[in-house]
Design a protein. Structure first.
Length: 120
């Protein structure tokens, strides 16, 4: 089960100009909830992070920073992919809402509520 979409505005979004190529990327990550997160401290969760930017490398670093800024620790990127900015193609409401937020604000984070077992 997915948790609520946790989002914030990406500070670098103001650096993007209309003539710059931008892409939307999605990152699957795992991270451990810290005391400042809204989840049980020490629990590992899967997260999906959408980031708007120029390169996948830069956006992955931005995604890690976004997750850490929300109180998560030991962030591990698992997969990354460029996705279409035509978000109407996204059938899932939560994913479409996160992609829309990222297109408008720079990034969006979805936290899966179920904890990842420590033995996996």
């Amino acid at each position: 089960m997915r948790g609520l979409v946790h989002t914030h505005t990406h500070e670098d979004l103001n650096l993007i100009t209309p003539d710059m190529p931008t892409s939307l990327f999605i990152f699957l990550m795992e991270a451990v909830a810290g005391p400042a997160s809204q989840y049980r401290p020490g629990a590992r969760h899967a997260l999906l992070v959408f980031v708007l930017g120029g390169t996948i490398e830069h956006c992955q670093q931005t995604a890690i920073e976004c997750v850490e800024n929300q109180g998560w620790q030991f962030v591990e990127p698992k997969r990354a992919k460029e996705v279409s900015t035509d978000i109407e193609q996204i059938a899932d409401d939560t994913l479409r809402a996160a992609a829309t937020h990222a297109l408008n604000n720079g990034d969006a984070i979805i936290v899966y509520q179920d904890e990842i077992p420590s033995d996996s």
